[in-house]
Write a protein of this length. Structure first.
Lengths: 336, 312
């Protein structure tokens, strides 16, 4: 029987494999799951936003860390229904685009000839509904699903999230994707009834496993809000509705209003350097001939002249990361 | 490693290949039947002559769904069970287990035909031009408003816009010899006439998960006789009188977007919830299954007759 023990032991050892090394390192400053409150510790209150000054004053900035296990993480907050539509709008850290590797002849042509730096982007998905349906707790993120047993006796899972998010391409019930503004309108909220919104962390930036974001909670529907602030039409421009959301890691926040984070924005303290706000601005502005390429080209020139200007990859803790990608990452024609 | 060790290891490994996940997934087939009345309508010719026409081009897309069951009292016909209503003014969902169609709404290559064409109903492109021009008295026009007088023009429009080279890729007309009689003709459409005068089409619920109530019966200490599967319910979305438009088609901002020079339109596609909320789309003139079919096993081959005309 002794020879049998060897393969059995090998098989059994395979069952005791713990892939914990794949998970990120815990960050005390940016927990993976927490609840957001207003400055006075109360549930958030939807703001009346009529112009960009109102928007910047009422934007809440914060950071969330990566989940340390297989459970999802994120940030939740509550608000009390107003009797009308309420808009939730989130801009997760970073700017992203798909590099154009082939010329296009149609009107949608964009240069995008530089690669994006994919190490500094994160993604947040929004869900929301009546708090009474929310299944989460302080230890575990939840959802708004209830189970209904059909006449055959089989369970049917029903999502009661009333937060209908829309993708960049106006597909309803879709999420916006990597480091892209996502919004949803909770329609005709019940007056005086509590609602919960879940900002679920879909991914955190690879460079530091901490995702900063900006949040607007406003009265009215999101489409009207975006139009009122001049951000309808070009979906790239939405990136500038919440400027400066890429924060240097200091704490989880939250910070109330843009004025509170001006000194925390990536690149801001570097004298003479190009900051995240400049980067965002060029991404948003409708410069059909140079969009983001001017910024990325200048950055590539600076790095070529001095390698210490910024790092393409996950660098030292206090290293400045490049906003654009390394031009060498561009695929060769015909390559996968 | 001796053979005494190797053999049990190999046997144990191979045994793992026969893991039963308890999933019943099959291509479930059957037939849909329509009485001639469902594809018969009075028409007036250009000369003012009245006549009654029975033609498969009057058959719109047929939607088939499998549901947990059907009940009376929701609609004038047996209708799928509806789940709980969570929002005031919005009806509950029927939560179908799956479904399919016989014929589907196709991209029709000119804006005029958006939401008016069902696949498997027209023998060729001439039949489309003829149907709208001579029978409906509403000729097909191109993006400039000029009448399209030949099927070849329409076919070429499809080939150009879709960048394709065969009727099989357009998939509106009959394009293959399904009945093996050596010709591609009306016998190769979805619905063909039977000896008893009814029109019949085959359907397949592709890779359908089969569900029954066995767990519930066991829990309730019921007998095996009480076990049954889900129920097949279906209806035919009849083309609107006059225009030929299909009420299940969303032609506003949906489907293939044609965007070349001065030719800008959406090709249309079915609404996404036609199976979840069929009652919203079933309207006067449509034909519904009067006796939905309750499955006994995944091997059943039902014949579902759409024999109830909706009149209100």
């Amino acid at each position: 029987m002794k020879p049998l023990l060897f393969p059995v032991l090998l098989l059994a050892a395979g069952c005791d494999y713990e892939p914990t090394w794949l998970y990120p390192v815990a960050s005390e400053q940016a927990p993976a799951l927490y609840e957001l409150f207003s400055e006075d510790g109360e549930p958030l209150v939807p703001a009346d936003i009529n112009d960009s000054t109102d928007a910047q004053k009422n934007t809440i900035y914060a950071e969330v860390g990566a989940s340390l296990n297989a459970q999802k993480g994120g940030v939740t907050f509550n608000f009390v229904g107003t009797g009308g539509d309420v808009c939730v709008l989130v801009d997760p850290e970073g700017v992203t685009w798909t590099e154009a590797v082939s010329p296009r002849l149609d009107d949608n042509s964009r240069p995008w000839s530089y690669p994006d730096n994919l190490y500094d982007d994160g993604d947040i998905d929004i869900y929301g509904g009546l708090s009474v349906y929310y299944t989460g707790s302080s230890d575990e993120i939840g959802d708004f699903k209830v189970s209904y047993e059909d006449p055959l006796g089989n369970p049917v899972e029903v999502s009661l999230s009333v937060c209908a998010s829309t993708s960049l391409f106006e597909t309803v019930n879709a999420h916006a994707g990597r480091s892209t503004v996502e919004s949803c309108t909770l329609p005709q909220t019940d007056l005086g009834v509590e609602y919960t919104v879940v900002l679920e962390t879909w991914s955190t930036p690879l460079d530091d496993d901490r995702l900063s974001f900006g949040l607007i909670l406003a009265n009215g529907d999101c489409g009207t809000l975006q139009s009122r602030l001049g951000f309808s039409g070009d979906y790239h421009a939405l990136e500038c509705m919440i400027p400066g959301e890429a924060l240097m890691p200091t704490s989880q926040g939250p910070w109330y209003g843009k004025a509170a984070i001006n000194d925390l924005i990536w690149g801001a303290p570097v004298e003479g350097g190009m900051g995240y706000v400049d980067y965002e601005r060029e991404f948003c502005e409708d410069i059909a001939t140079s969009r983001i390429d001017q910024f990325c080209g200048d950055e590539a020139d600076d790095v070529a002249a001095d390698l210490s200007v910024c790092s393409w990859f996950r660098g030292e803790e206090d290293a400045v990361h490049c906003f654009c990608g390394d031009p060498a990452w561009s695929p060769e024609p015909g390559a996968f | 490693m001796s053979r005494y060790t190797l053999i049990p290891v190999v046997v144990a490994t191979l045994a793992g290949c026969h893991w039963d996940e308890g999933l019943v997934i099959e291509n479930m087939v059957g037939t849909v039947v329509l009485a001639p009345e469902a594809l018969t309508r009075p028409f007036v010719s250009e000369e003012g002559v009245e006549s009654t026409i029975t033609d498969p081009r009057l058959i719109g897309p047929v939607y088939l769904g499998v549901y947990s069951g059907v009940t009376a009292g929701i609609e004038p016909y047996l209708y799928p069970y509806v789940g709980p209503q969570f929002v005031e003014g919005v009806s509950g969902d029927t939560y179908p287990y799956g479904g399919t169609t016989v014929g589907d709404i196709r991209y029709a290559c000119v804006e005029f035909l958006t939401c008016k064409l069902t696949s498997g109903r027209f023998v060729d492109f001439d039949a489309i031009v003829d149907w709208f021009g001579n029978t409906l008295q509403d000729p097909v026009v191109d993006q400039f408003g000029n009448e399209i007088e030949t099927g070849d023009f329409l076919r070429q429009a499809c080939y150009d816009l879709l960048e394709i080279t065969s009727d099989a890729e357009v998939r509106i007309t009959a394009y293959e010899d399904r009945n093996g009689d050596g010709a591609v003709d009306e016998g190769d459409l979805d619905f063909v006439v039977r000896e008893d005068g009814k029109w019949e089409a085959e359907f397949t619920l592709w890779q359908q998960d089969y569900f029954d109530n066995s767990a519930k019966v066991e829990e309730d200490d019921g007998s095996e006789d009480e076990i049954h599967g889900f129920t097949l319910f279906g209806w035919m979305d009849a083309p609107a009188v006059g225009s030929g438009e299909l009420s299940t088609c969303n032609g506003e901002v949906a489907g293939f977007n044609e965007n070349t020079y001065n030719n800008y339109f959406y090709g249309g596609r079915p609404y996404l919830d036609v199976l979840n909320d069929p009652g919203f789309y079933i309207s006067t003139g449509d034909w519904v299954s009067g006796e939905p079919y309750q499955y006994e096993s995944e091997w059943d081959t039902p014949e579902l007759e759409l024999n109830f005309e909706v009149t209100e």
